[in-house]
Design a binder for this molecule. Sequence first.
Ligand SMILES: *Cc1c(COP(=O)(O)O)cnc(C)c1O
Length: 365
Amino acid sequence: MHRGAVAEIDRSALLHNFRTLQAKIGHKPVIAVVKADAYGHGSLEIARTLVRNGADFLAVAFVEEAKVLRSAGIGGKVIVLFDQTDISAFFDLNLTPVIHDKRAAAAFSSEARKRNRTLPVHIKVDTGMGRLGFREDSAVSSAVEIMNLDGLVLEGLLSHFSEADLADRSFAVHQLNLFKDIGARIIKKTTGRVLCHMANSAAVFCLPDALLDAVRPGIALYGYATCGDNFGLRPVMRVKARVLAVRNVPAGMPVSYGRTFVTKRESRIAVVSLGYADGYNRLFSNNAEMLINGCRVPVVGRVCMDLTMLDITDAGSVSEGDEVVILGTQHDQAITADELSRRSNTIPYDVLTALGSRSRREYLP
Ligand SMILES: *Cc1c(COP(=O)(O)O)cnc(C)c1O
């Protein structure tokens, strides 16, 4: 969809973040998470860059996302984290399922037998996320049953943290210990090599015991770390729009729906070509800043569907067509996804996917 905003995607920042992660983990395999169109950054370009530079696996949420990658000629190993509705696509496109129920396992096995093929699979253990996976009491017996099905080869075992980003890591450590224990009991029953992986971005940086055999970062690739420091990561996305109009208005003028802002002085108001249909949350109404001429200027009045107003009275000379930065840097000022997420009571993931998925993307080398 081509709307009023542009998302610049900086591939050298992506590569810098990937190298930063690799240095941190000592060159274990990286399963690069590119679900949700690579967190709004565009899965094709992101996946291409990562695979070309040595990512061992890509991970997506749904088979449809994997189809997009394969149609564009992206090879390598692709793990489908959640979805197993289209069993035959896994064989046709060489995809690796994450198995979290026995019925799907049986369906994969019978398709493998029909095709006289083997399919590598990963099995998911629920250690406290409470979302998908075999729970503690049945994990070992279920994994053994699945391993014994014809045509399936156990390549990996995984679990997912629910709060590795918190300063209090006690529950994360509990989950990790449970996973290590269950994993060891499953691996005892196999002869092949099994890759155990659990670490999301926060765990990679803040829970070194969780690195195991491979890591599964998402948000860190895009420049955010979520557990305190940012560890030298660089934001990959910058979102900009244009000034559509500049208006000189007297004091006492209401701005936008509901008259939630009324000018207190003679003011200059810029109308910007971006609104909540571009993923700019309506909670930013009277509650965020954008960059123009390298100055922070306040959003005034309610964010509209396609437009947002700024008070540029103190921002020097501004003309129609000037660049407005919503996320990222301009001169020496920066607005991060952390800042926007705090202002809209959400997390950087939500800010990036919302803004990135609706903007026209431009890729920088
Ligand atoms: C999204 C996701 C990840 C990546 O998490 P980040 O916090 O973005 O690093 C890893 N594993 C699973 C199962 C996920 O759903």
